[in-house]
Design a protein around this ligand. Structure first.
Ligand code: AMP
Ligand code: MG
Length: 504
């Protein structure tokens, strides 16, 4: 009887009833909003007239305990655009400040984003579920609060590529087209990106708290950050100093990884630098094609402040701003606090240098035990060679793996000055590089600018095929596969200078 009743009940439920109700597993906590109400403005997403799922990250969804089948239905889409949140959830716009291109803005905050809440993933880690493009908030200033399909898919592709490269980053869960047009230069289809991060705490969050003059708020923010990201700091003699040192270490390691892979963030304002050490804010970012430290892609970065080669110095500058914000927690005496902060900030350069040279050593496949006095000039000469010959960064390092195995032609073919290339290759090969090990750290596929543009153009016009092919390539970056030759090659000669944009 019970069984028959159960079957009948299942048969008579409408599809809508089955898929609209949030499964019990969508347990969105609101720890950030609870512990830091001064930084959390409860807010609602704007209605999406005609939500349509463009891309869903099924493995990520599953890891968060979200049923991909449910996410594809109306209830899931409602969650992914923020218009149907589980009972008890408290979506908030987060307040933060930030130095933008060096100038302090005391009140930025989520102008077009919402933190829906936090989920605990399969590893037991707390993850923010966050939306971008979900409508205007009180922090929107002049902005429309919206986002276009192309740029949200761009963030999806590049952040997932970064993750596959092993670089700490926010993740992309889904992009949903809203059915609402967005006015940019022209009318574009609108979208919401659902993003996942270990948190959205930024240097700018601390600057905001510090600027209020409320030391209790600053301390609660620091305690929240320690609990979520750097729990060892809680057991240190000076927990807030330990927190700062941990952020310095995480950022030194992160920016070294950017440099090694040729990633240009493009808008390293302090509101776009996390406390977790994850890459955040994929607006004007792009990967190098030809190696050149002066490379700038962002259309608004006229002075080259965020040029590829400046990124380590900018990261250190941003960390100095974090240190300033933390001063009241470091010592009651301001001069003593400054002394403590300066000493801790001094840890950035050696940490960065170690992370970068260890990574470069691996990219060159060098065995242990070689003198740094041999490797350092070799690396310097290589970077000069790459810059002077406009050599494709990714293709060259990948080709070096083959050169280590005896076939130098692919690498030579990328350099104009063959005499210089051969001279350098001889010096390097004499050190006995391991080509197979190199292939595990030098990607063959990155989100190439020309392929990203091609995929986004097609997707904006309704064809998601190129986007899925690109995603397939860049989410397996080290594993060369037949049929993906186009995705391994540099840009066509007529691609020209690449320009990227913010606030899209
Ligand atoms: P970003 O350059 O993406 O880091 O954004 C900097 C600030 O501008 C943040 O406060 C954003 O919330 C805000 N912002 C960017 N684009 C928009 C938009 N279209 N509408 C409202 N606020 C925006
Ligand atoms: Mg930002």
């Amino acid at each position: 009887m019970g069984e028959r009743f159960g079957r009948r009940a299942a048969r008579t439920r409408t599809l809508d009833e089955v898929s609209v109700a949030p499964p019990r597993t969508v347990a969105l906590d609101a720890r950030f909003a609870r512990e830091l109400p001064e930084l959390a403005l409860p807010w609602q997403a704007e209605e999406a007239p005609d939500p349509r799922l463009l891309v869903l990250n099924e493995p990520l969804a599953a890891g968060l305990g979200l049923d991909p089948h449910w996410l594809r239905g109306p209830g899931g889409l409602g969650l992914l655009v923020g218009t149907r949140v589980p009972a008890g959830a408290t979506p908030v716009a987060q307040a933060y400040a930030g130095h933008q291109f060096g100038g302090f803005v005391p009140r930025l905050g989520d102008g077009r984003a919402l933190l829906l809440g936090e989920l605990v993933d399969a590893d037991g880690a707390r993850r923010d579920l966050h939306l971008k493009g979900s409508g205007r908030t009180p922090f929107a200033r002049g902005g429309d609060g919206l986002a276009a399909v192309g740029p949200m898919l761009r963030e999806y592709v590049i952040s997932e590529a970064m993750h596959a490269l092993g670089i700490p980053t926010t993740r992309s869960l889904a992009v949903v087209a809203t059915g609402r047009p967005v006015r940019r230069d022209t009318l574009l289809p609108g979208a919401v990106l659902a993003r996942v991060a270990s948190s959205h705490l930024r240097v700018g969050s601390f600057q905001y708290a510090a600027a209020t003059g409320d030391t209790d708020l600053l301390r609660r923010l620091a305690d929240h950050a320690i609990a979520r990201h750097h729990p060892d700091a809680a057991r240190a003699g000076q927990p807030y100093l330990a927190l700062f040192e941990a952020v310095v270490a995480a950022q030194a390691s992160l920016v070294a990884r950017w440099m090694l892979v040729g990633f240009v963030h493009g808008v390293m304002n302090t509101d776009n630098m996390t406390i977790s050490g994850e890459t955040i804010d994929y607006g004007p970012c792009a990967f190098l094609d030809a190696f050149d430290p002066a490379t700038v892609f962002s259309s608004i970065d006229h002075g080259g402040r965020y040029a590829y080669g400046n990124q380590p110095v900018v990261a250190e500058w941003n960390l100095a701003r974090l240190a300033e914000a933390l001063l009241p927690l470091l010592h009651d005496d301001q001069d003593r606090a400054v002394g403590i902060a300066v000493e801790a900030l001094g840890g950035f350069r050696p940490r960065y240098a170690t992370a970068w040279s260890t990574g470069m050593w691996a990219k060159l496949g060098l065995p242990d035990g070689i003198e740094d006095a041999v490797v350092s000039p070799l690396v310097e000469d290589l970077l000069t060679l790459l810059r002077d010959n406009h050599v494709d960064h990714t293709a060259f390092f990948r080709a070096l793996g083959a050169a280590a195995r005896g076939d130098a032609e692919p690498a030579r073919g990328l350099v104009l000055d063959l005499a210089a290339a051969d001279g350098w290759l001889d010096r390097w090969r004499a050190l006995g590089p391991d080509g197979d090990a190199m292939d595990r750290v030098n990607p063959v596929y990155i989100p190439r600018n020309h392929l990203v543009e091609e995929a986004l153009d097609a997707a904006t016009g309704g064809d998601l095929g190129p986007l899925h092919r690109l995603l397939d390539a860049v989410t397996g970056p080290y594993d060369e596969r037949p049929g993906l030759e186009r995705h391994a090659a540099g840009p066509p000669d007529d691609f020209g200078a690449y320009r990227t944009f913010c606030g899209t």
